[in-house]
Design a protein around this ligand. Structure first.
Ligand code: MG
Length: 253
């Protein structure tokens, strides 16, 4: 519960409201994790893919198609993915990759392409993800591919479905523009301000300053654990030949 108080002409008024009162259907606690009864977001055609979005002057370019200079395997070894036509191609079952650098509050731009000939469906159709530390913005081929809403493309995985489904068809480049506000922890390691995400998928708003209830995870809900700056991580879900390109970030703090 979020409790606030304010003074009015009538004196001290206490307002105790559910933290998600403004849009209660977004409240993750109203649903089971991966609840298939949750409403499917409406489909919005985002229009055709454009050329890569150029990084602004103050951006840190994390991937321009030429090398994996800014990236490592999760264990710190060389990236096991491939460079193909100016993009990085996931090598299924080789593992996730992460940035060498770590970040606090950021604006992150990522472009991705789901696999044209995926044999999978639901969660196994071009599953990947863009992580800020323990928090995943889901990548999936959600074009005419239904799954549980908190696991579709643009979901804050297991917590918030996207506001709309702005997916492009497989084989077309798509964009994420993610604003990550890091959680704040006190000296005792207790979360005092949750992580917040705003996400645009193909230029369409799909997450509007949502407050995570903890790290994202599959099937179980997790409590916050204190952390500082985090790497950006791209997921190998061992499904399809996913591609990423043109990754840049602006530090906000
Ligand atoms: Mg994923």
């Amino acid at each position: 519960m979020h409790v606030s108080s304010r003074l009015s002409s009538g004196g001290l008024i206490f307002c105790a409201t559910a933290a998600f009162a403004v849009a209660d259907d977004r409240n993750p606690f109203r649903y089971q994790i991966h609840d298939s009864n949750r409403a499917q977001p409406p489909v919005v055609d985002p229009g055709s893919a454009g050329p890569p979005v150029p990084p602004p002057a103050d951006a840190i370019v994390l991937f321009d198609g030429s090398d994996f200079e800014h990236w490592r395997a999760m264990d710190g070894s060389e990236v096991p993915w491939k460079l193909v036509d100016g993009a990085m191609q996931v090598v299924p079952e080789s593992g996730d990759i992460r940035t060498k650098r770590t970040f606090g509050d950021v604006q992150l731009h990522v472009e991705f392409k789901t696999y044209l000939d995926s044999p999978g469906s639901g969660q196994s159709r071009s599953n990947s993800g863009v992580f800020l530390g323990p928090y995943e913005v889901q990548v999936l081929d959600s074009y005419e591919n239904e799954t549980y809403p908190d696991g579709m493309v643009g979901a804050l995985y297991g917590q918030y479905p996207p506001l709309v489904n702005a997916a492009r068809p497989p084989g077309e480049w798509q964009t994420f523009d993610i604003i990550y506000r890091a959680p704040v922890f006190n000296d005792a390691g207790v979360m005092v301000r949750p992580a917040r995400f705003t996400v645009f998928h193909n230029n369409v708003l799909v997450q509007d300053n949502e407050e995570l209830i903890g790290p994202t995870s599959h099937a179980i809900r997790q409590h916050y654990h204190a952390h500082g700056n985090v790497p950006i991580r791209l997921q190998d879900h061992a499904d399809d030949l996913m591609h990423f390109r043109n990754i840049w970030v602006r530090e906000l703090d």
